[in-house]
Write a protein that binds this ligand. Structure first.
Ligand code: AHR
Length: 654
């Protein structure tokens, strides 16, 4: 039997330096170690990456060139970059405006009329640029600027060329300044009328945000550029080393991909085979180009690199059962199945064995490509799952849900065709931090309650235990500063995300998965510039809880609003974690009463805070919001809580 001990001190906390002594209060909190809830699923710490804005291209993927496959015709017009405008409050001159390309980023060296887009036998896509040389030694070719280069860093790439032998040599230069020596040139001495790939290797000897890649000939005749690629040489199978390092710290157990709205117009077959031959296309749902450099192989390689499970969404918008069945066979089928054979030919004989599959995305919304009415969609959902099950009877389908009539109908008609049902929640800014934060808990709880109600009111559902995958959740407000949907997060958002986690923990009986939307740049937990990556305030919270929070939630009682408190034991019951979110700008203290055990010292405390609710982080800048930690030498009954903070405590539990 555990003993019951009462901690009763009343402490008024004065945090000198923060100047937050006014109105400090002591809140009583009772933690019942014997009142355990269902274990927290590790999948609550999931993530989501989509082909949208600068999440994958320009954030995670290491390619430095824009439009490397010449989706847009090279016309000689000045490149059309749309600059994202800084917003009030969130832009203090320290950020990095990002550009959205609406025409070719390639510029012509020499006569503007020297470049034609050849539609006959293009190397990739619809057309390939051909440069006609003057023959008098005047340089002709293409260049792209605005590359971010780091002094001393190595870069690697390749270029695909064809042309008249007398057009050689072709000089490919990486340029970091205006001086004659501010360039590293690779000389390709011979080319032929058939396309061939040539490796590129450079070292930058200067740092710039406006580096250039030049591709030039002073020869005669014509040459064509099939495609060209340039990445930092430290890329990990094509992924950015700096961003992946943060992903490893985040340690999310599962990644949802490739969308989002994107998936409803995506043909997964565009993303397999030789990356240089995969077609560039207009992103079907968003503003940019889909280069198809990242497909199934690359995504699954990333998952392997960061030790995460894959959660693949299939297209149930413009796509259907046949394509979904082929896709799962490509991923999970034996090498002697038609699609498994194709996978083996593309370099991966072993099936990946991906378990989690999203059957479509937000198909209730008329913004979704291929949207159809609910009564039609339920039949389509079942057809898709049946076709996929024929290929892999073990896979776990996650159905599209939306609290209300849509989820109810899906659960009524398709319960035999799903393991989990998804829901999505996004929140806007609220004026005061207390309601900014508490709206999250209220809505997560509301969705959980609705699903508990479906269990009791839909015949047969209670036996099935279909839990929720909240596979998109986040704040979403403010100007786009990191590309399309690249909103910035603040200290107040970190507090709300911590409260969101607490609410998932409190409803651990019904939430099985949650995927923070999204991981990089696009409403992202990590933000990047061309050369740097950094955690957002929200990313720090996700990392902290994933690293430190317990797994067996225990009951927390008391009247401690507006604070939010959650507690959990470690799986073996020996460590208690207490998470406290304080959305007020005053410091407070918690008077702890522990039922069912005692705390043992030493404990540890982590504090995430910043100067005010608008404090934020930016790549390459000192953090305004960070996590500090210190030992708590004695098992105290009084916890001090800093204003505007997320605080985590761990103690031994006896
Ligand atoms: O995460 C951004 C978008 O939000 C997703 O593409 C879509 O599913 C949701 O509406």
């Amino acid at each position: 039997m555990r003993r019951t001990r009462t901690y009763g001190a009343v402490v008024f906390v004065v945090l000198a330096g923060l100047g937050l002594s006014a109105c400090a209060r002591t809140f009583s909190v009772t933690i019942d170690l014997d009142d355990k809830r269902e274990p927290i699923s590790k999948y609550i710490y999931g993530q989501f990456i989509e082909h949208l804005g600068r999440c994958i291209y320009g954030g995670l993927w290491a390619e430095m060139l824009e439009d490397r496959k010449f989706f847009y015709p090279v016309t000689g017009e000045a490149p059309a970059w749309t600059m994202y405008k800084p917003g009030p409050r969130s832009w203090d001159g320290e950020g990095h405006p990002y550009e959205l390309l609406t025409a070719s980023p390639w510029m012509i060296i020499g006569d503007k009329k020297s470049v034609s887009m050849m539609t006959e036998d293009p190397y990739v896509g619809e057309h390939t640029p051909q440069i006609t040389l003057s023959g008098d030694g005047t340089p002709g070719g293409l260049l792209q600027e605005r590359l971010g280069l780091v002094d001393g860093k190595d870069y690697a790439g390749r270029i695909v060329l064809a042309g008249d032998p007398q057009a050689a040599p072709i000089e490919v230069s990486l340029v970091w300044g205006g001086g004659a020596g501010d360039r590293h040139t690779v000389v390709i001495r011979s080319i032929s009328p058939s396309f061939a790939k040539f490796p590129l290797q450079f070292t930058a000897k200067g740092a710039t945000d406006n580096g250039r890649l030049e591709i030039v000939s002073r020869g005669k005749g014509h040459f064509k550029i099939g495609t060209v690629s340039l990445m930092p040489a430290d890329n990990l199978f094509g992924w950015r080393a700096d961003t992946v390092a943060l992903l490893k710290e985040l340690n999310a157990p599962v990644y949802r991909w490739p969308g989002g709205n994107f998936v409803s117009g995506y043909d997964w077959k565009d993303g397999i085979g030789d990356p240089d031959r995969r077609p560039p296309r207009k992103n079907p749902a968003w503003k940019g180009i889909e280069h198809n450099d990242v497909g199934l192989h690359e995504f699954l390689q990333l998952c392997r690199e960061i030790n995460a499970e894959a959660f693949i969404a299939v297209n149930t918008g413009l796509g259907g059962a046949e394509a979904a069945a082929e896709e799962i066979e490509y991923v999970n089928g034996a090498p002697d199945t038609p699609m498994g054979r194709r996978r083996a030919q593309n370099g991966h004989p072993k099936p990946w064995g991906v378990k989690w599959w999203a059957i479509g995305n937000e198909m209730y919304g008329d913004w979704q490509l291929g949207h159809i009415p609910l009564e039609e969609y339920v039949k389509k959902h079942n057809r898709v799952v049946d076709a996929m099950r024929k290929v892999d009877p073990t896979f776990k389908p996650i159905a599209v849900g939306a609290k209300g009539p849509w989820s109810r109908q899906m659960l009524t008609t398709c319960a035999d065709h799903m393991d989990l049902i998804s829901e999505h929640l996004y929140w806007q800014d609220r004026n005061d931090v207390v309601s900014h934060v508490s709206q999250i808990a209220a809505q997560i709880r509301d969705v959980a309650d609705a699903h508990r109600d479906y269990r009791t009111s839909i015949p047969g559902l209670a036996d099935k235990d279909i839990r929720i995958a909240m596979d998109e959740w986040n704040y979403w407000y403010g100007p786009n500063e990191y590309g399309e949907l690249g909103v910035r997060y603040f200290l107040q958002d970190a507090l709300g995300i911590a409260v969101g986690l607490h609410e998932f923990f409190r409803n651990s009986d019904i939430y099985f998965m949650a995927n923070y939307a999204q991981t990089v740049n696009v409403i992202g937990a990590i933000k990047t510039t061309k050369t740097q990556a950094e955690f957002e305030t929200t990313g720090l919270v996700l990392k902290l809880y994933r690293e430190r929070f317990g797994t067996i939630p225990v009951r927390v009682g008391g009247d401690f609003k507006p604070l939010d408190v959650a507690a959990a034991l470690s799986t073996d019951g020996t460590v208690l974690t207490i998470g406290v979110v304080n959305p007020t700008d005053q410091a407070h203290s918690l008077s702890l009463k522990l039922n069912g055990g005692t705390l043992a010292a030493p404990g540890q405390q982590w504090t995430l805070t910043g100067a005010d609710k608008w404090s934020h982080n930016a790549p390459g800048k000192p953090r305004q919001v960070d996590i500090t930690t210190r030992a708590v030498p004695t098992a105290t009954d009084s916890l001090e809580v800093v204003g505007l903070s997320v605080m985590l405590y761990t103690f031994g539990a006896q």
